[in-house]
Ligand binder design. Structure first.
Ligand code: R5P
Length: 285
């Protein structure tokens, strides 16, 4: 059976239908002081799949309480699916005195997990933080599938580090690929080095793992439109869409913005349920 966390109710429904499984009714409420209360309202089989994104913070505690409730109710094998691994960016100490949040969270999650699945983590090194099996499938296949009929000529990564993702997507779409030269100045300030690309009159897809403040994507789209691109689509695995992110991206001239349902939003036009189902099917302990 699948136990849905409150961050992933729709995704849980999709996964349940992919895997032909039932959904455990879960009661999740808050006390007046905002402490979380969790209760599972059915018998729990020995093997369960729990789905919860670790963003924002309140979902993290909720995840731990659901894991605990499942164990207390007799679950012997818990697969914890973390569609978007919040706190996944700090994988080392950049400066003395910092915490390594991605690793700390891994240690807490695995206390009540037997298998972990997370989609497109920001840092591939994430698996080294777990002492239990972890699968990290990519959403690229389902994102590329969405763009199959859009006649994409070229797939672009917003920076060189993300080139592999653009290349893999391009391979599925039979299109070209390239990258832009992004430089991050601060958490919400990015610049793009001038770079001439062969995009005039073309349909372009810009793909990134995360859209947060939307600064990166808006700048990329602005750049491509200036160079004469016909249509510029924007896609990401994880749409955080902080503040005015969507407005900025639309104002830059985006033809269509899509994300997956690792973070559920009005832009979640693609579900990662088949990706999770496939990872589970091909996993042999
Ligand atoms: C950075 O390494 C990531 O891949 C994204 O490019 C970044 O998180 C996007 O952030 P923002 O939307 O705030 O520009």
């Amino acid at each position: 059976m699948i136990i849905p966390g409150s961050s992933s109710v729709t995704l849980s429904r999709h996964l349940a239908s992919e895997l032909n499984m039932g959904i455990v009714p879960v009661e999740i409420t808050r006390f007046p002081d905002d402490e979380c209360y969790v209760r599972l309202h059915s018998e729990i089989p020995p093997k369960v799949i729990l789905i919860q994104t670790t963003h924002p913070d309140r979902n993290i505690l909720e995840l731990f309480l659901i894991q605990n409730a499942a164990r207390e109710a007799g679950a012997r094998h818990i697969t914890t699916v973390i569609p978007y691994y919040g706190y996944g960016r700090q994988d080392k100490k950049f400066q003395e005195g910092e915490s390594i949040s991605a690793r700390k969270l891994a240690h807490l999650i695995q206390q009540d997990s037997d298998l972990v699945i997370t989609i497109d983590p920001h840092k591939p090194v994430l698996d080294t933080f777990f002492d239990i099996p972890i699968l990290m499938p990519s959403a690229i296949s389902v994102i590329a599938h969405f763009f199959n009929d859009k006649k994409i000529d070229i797939v672009l990564a917003p920076d060189r580090g993300a080139l592999q993702r653009a290349q893999d997507t391009a391979a599925l779409l039979n299109s070209g690929y390239d990258y832009l030269d992004k430089k991050r100045l601060s958490g919400d300030k990015v610049i793009m080095e001038p770079k001439t690309l062969d995009v005039k009159g073309k349909n372009v897809l810009v793909i990134d793992d995360i859209i947060s403040t939307g600064g990166t994507m808006a700048l990329a789209i602005h750049n491509l439109k200036k160079q004469g691109a016909k249509a510029v689509y924007a896609a990401c695995s994880h749409g955080l869409f902080i503040g005015q992110a969507v407005t900025k991206i639309k104002a830059a001239g985006c033809t269509q913005l899509i994300s997956t349902d690792t973070l559920e939003s009005p832009h979640s036009h693609v579900s990662v349920a088949p990706v999770i189902a496939e990872a589970l099917h091909s996993y042999s302990p």
